[in-house]
Write a protein that binds this ligand. Structure first.
Ligand code: ATR
Length: 289
């Protein structure tokens, strides 16, 4: 694709960005869909977010993703915020439209889409979410938008987990939501259908660790790890050895990007998505294995 005066510009704000796969993913997406668009990175200083947003507006950038450490801080510079993103209290996608800066969060919906892509039905399921940070917030809120049976939150630091569980209960009064201690001793593990790891335990370089001990779960449990570096964490490897179904974080990485594109392009159907997912798998395999 030739870059010319018509090229529409998108990008990513964060720091550091050197390891980000987003430029690869989004630019391949533009290529496959024959779009005259480009996706660039903007690694900015921590105190320059306001200036950066103003600059992107002036320069006619149509939209950008936002990542660590700006996902919460960006909120004060938005003109509008999507209601679910407001609950999650983190933004990963910004659209600039008619001079207005609008914030969204596609991490949670990306997670849900990746479950659908794996043919996993979450209706009436009991789900245990490990962790209470940003990833957990996006996933927990998005799960509660669906018809799940019960959500358990656990976290190493109990107070943070209890706080999140209470916050979720305030928004979703009719839903069954509980905090359970991190050693899972109070939990009836046999009733859990899916465990989602949102903690950083097992992420490169901490690859020798797993967030929980996998005993006492039912044989048809599904383990989902948001981590994709490495592709198979210790948590998933141990699960696989026990015969459990396992899912790594690539699907979520991929679908949150596609969901960002849907917002920016105001379109639902795209070309070459399967090929793009397999290219992403290959790229991650090459870089991190
Ligand atoms: P993110 O936005 O990626 O979710 P975060 O907000 O820093 O990142 O949250 C990281 C999560 O990983 C938290 O749930 C954290 O637990 P604490 O709240 O107790 O810090 C969890 N975590 C990180 N290191 C951990 C470890 N060694 N053992 C257990 N949990 C850990």
């Amino acid at each position: 694709m030739e870059i010319n005066t018509e090229t529409k510009k998108y990008g990513l704000i964060g720091n550091p960005l050197s390891k980000s796969l987003s430029p690869f993913l989004h630019n391949q997406f533009y290529k496959m869909n024959d779009l005259n668009n480009i996706y660039q990175t903007f690694e900015i200083d921590l105190d320059k977010l306001n200036d950066a947003v103003e600059s992107l507006k002036i320069l006619g950038i149509k939209g950008f993703n936002i990542t660590i450490p700006f996902k919460e801080k960006i909120i004060e510079y938005l003109d509008e915020i999507d209601p679910l993103a407001e609950r999650i209290n983190a933004i990963n996608t910004v659209k600039i439209e008619n001079g207005k800066v609008i914030g969204y969060n596609t991490d949670g919906i990306g997670f849900i889409k990746s479950l659908e892509a794996n043919n996993i039905d979450i209706e009436n399921k009991n789900i245990l979410v490990l962790g209470a940070g940003g990833g957990s917030r996006a996933i927990s809120y998005s799960l509660l938008e669906k018809n799940i049976e019960k959500l358990y939150i656990t976290n190493r630091t109990s107070n943070r987990g209890i706080k999140l569980a209470n916050e979720l209960k305030r928004y979703y009064k009719d839903k069954d939501i509980s905090f359970t201690g991190f050693n899972l001793s109070e939990l009836n593990k046999l009733e859990i259908d899916i465990v989602v790891n949102t903690t950083s335990v097992g992420m490169y370089p901490d690859i020798e660790n797993s967030p929980i001990v996998l005993n006492g779960f039912s044989d048809d449990i599904i383990l989902y790890d948001l981590i994709y570096k490495p592709l198979e964490t210790k948590f998933l490897k141990e699960g696989k050895e026990l015969g459990y179904k396992t899912i790594n974080g690539i699907g979520m990485l991929y679908y949150q990007a596609i969901e960002s594109q849907k917002i920016w392009l105001d379109k639902e159907d795209f070309l070459g998505l399967e090929e793009l997912l397999s290219e992403l798998n290959k790229k991650i395999g090459e870089e991190y294995e």
